[in-house]
Design a protein around this ligand. Sequence first.
Ligand code: NAP
Length: 249
Amino acid sequence: MHILILGGTAEARALADLLHTDARVTSSLAGRVAAPRLPAGEVRIGGFGGVDGLVEWIGGHAVDAVIDATHPFAGRISFNAARAAATAHVPLLALRRPGWVPVEGDDWREVPSLEDAARALTGLGDRVFLTTGRMGLAAFADRPEWFLVRSVDAPEAPLPARAEILLDRGPFALDGERELLRRHRIDVVVTKDSGGAATAPKLRAAREAGLPVVVVRRPPVPTGVPVATDPEEAAAWVLGRGETQTRFW
Ligand code: NAP
């Protein structure tokens, strides 16, 4: 049984860990991060060349099932996976961590895009903690505020004129997030609704400090794809199919 995991997330790595002793597992990374944390099993890096390339890869490597465990904001690859799996006639499961939900005391401003997040900053203060990753920051390039930009690798230009870059990779602890907001005298936090525990402490730290948080809502996902919300559920789907469907073994 050969499982292709479209990865780039902690959940994808956890799933590879769970499966690689029972199946041949290949994790695919886009190649955006210079020194990615590598999952167990085989790894391939780089785009497939669109839907056709992915179909070809699935056929050429005798893939039995595909798990789309990409980041909730990786909008294109999820649609490519849905079309490629249908064309190649292999089962597809999406592994998607649930989004964050505001709780009492949160002051969230939910917006549909990074451009809207930039516009939403007007009137929220001068010092922004920007945690949306290293791509797409052009949306903030013309903003007058000062930005603390946190990302794993150096962000892509253009950047806001007044910006300090903080290279760091989660998981982030609550104490550290509290300290960061205090030390940099942050007025407002900007985040994508990435979900998951690794980067959630900034939301609690902002709530405690009474700071507004601009939250970019998730992009659409393809319909009709079964979804697992954690790696254990995804592993059970794969291994369960192996037991019930002879073509898997
Ligand atoms: P995207 O917009 O959905 O994908 C753009 C292109 O990158 C795809 O068409 C595909 O190229 C290639 N690609 C994406 N994920 C791939 C994978 N796992 N394996 C091989 N090729 C992949 O994705 P993105 O937003 O650029 O994100 C790229 C990767 O970073 C994803 O794997 C995602 O899990 C991870 N990531 C993204 C974010 C985020 O905020 N977007 C955050 C954390 C991690 P081809 O068409 O040539 O196949």
